[in-house]
Design a protein around this ligand. Structure first.
Ligand code: NAD
Length: 263
């Protein structure tokens, strides 16, 4: 089996990364940073998000496992003290793989023929440096509402515990092939009106955002922020691809939610 290890870059994470590399090599595994079967991330959820984007060209063949050197992460759920146990699991036992849905985002432009396609593990947000954004929202090809407010967030089920949660969105179990649209401070009065509740869309229900007048937007894909100019539309749906996580022990989603937010 081929493996890669990534680190957040701090001293503790770098040290742990080196140990994992040595242990796994001693166990006969091959270090392959281009085509790993398993990617072990050391740091936090941000480190795993970065690794997901670094290896998103081979999602069908790579699975991820995360170790947290800070607080318990949602993706990074192994503790540094458990590293030796984890390494033995990786080297000696066939592991289970769980697949979670991803969000596909296609940004199209007025001045370009080709759009840009992105995959998000957590979410895509759309905001403006000017303040309020005004977007017509279409669902499954039909006009739904016109949104005026700070921005919009489209999240995956596993990303529903991240930014989406801070916006009052629901927490969705990752077995649901769906995406969630949550508003950021919509303007609601006699003139402007939106539904106000987060919407959960199933697979194949494409959500299209069409700017009314301004065409320059700040679009985030997970931890990555980009300025997009001349935007004609932003199309979001459940992606055909999935992310794969290596599971060596049961750590049910709702247990992770309780340990992260309730306990
Ligand atoms: P960061 O360093 O600002 O950390 C954001 C926090 O979000 C960390 O505590 C991380 O553990 C947590 N997190 C990330 N993914 C999560 C998930 N799926 N479920 C629960 N918690 C999660 O930034 P980063 O580490 O680069 O992560 C980028 C993420 O930060 C974005 O994808 C977005 O979800 C999140 N974010 C949240 C808010 C907010 O809650 N108001 C605002 C901006 C960004």
């Amino acid at each position: 089996m081929k493996f890669a290890v990534t680190s957040r870059g701090d001293t503790t994470s770098n040290g742990l990364k080196q140990n994992i590399k040595s242990y796994l090599t001693e166990f006969g595994l091959t270090l392959d940073e281009q085509e790993p079967d398993i990617v072990i991330t050391v740091g936090g959820d941000g480190t795993l998000l970065q690794a997901f984007h670094d290896y998103n060209y081979r999602l069908e063949d790579t699975c991820f496992v995360g170790i947290h050197t800070g607080h318990l992460g949602f993706y990074a759920d192994w503790m540094p003290e458990e590293v030796e146990k984890l390494v033995i699991h990786i080297a000696k036992t066939p592991f289970k793989v769980v697949e979670y849905p991803l969000l596909e985002v296609i940004v199209r432009y007025h001045d370009r023929v080709r759009g840009e396609r992105y995959l998000a593990l957590n979410e895509c947000t759309v905001k403006s440096s000017e303040g309020t954004i005004v977007m017509d929202i279409e669902i499954k090809g039909e006009y739904f509402e016109t949104f005026r407010g700070d921005g919009l967030c489209l999240s995956t089920p596993s990303g529903s515990t991240a930014y989406n949660k801070a916006l009052g969105g629901a927490i969705l179990h990752p077995s649901l092939d769906s995406i969630q649209l949550a508003e950021m401070a919509s303007i609601n009065n006699r003139v402007y009106r939106t539904v106000g509740s987060p919407l959960v869309l199933p697979q194949h229900h494409t959500c299209m955002l069409r700017p009314q007048s301004d065409t320059d937007f700040i679009i985030t894909i997970d931890h990555l922020t980009m300025m997009h100019n001349n935007v004609k539309s932003i199309q979001c749906r459940v992606a055909d691809e999935k992310v794969r996580f290596a599971r060596f022990r049961p750590f049910p989603f709702w247990k992770r939610v309780r340990e992260s937010f309730v306990e």
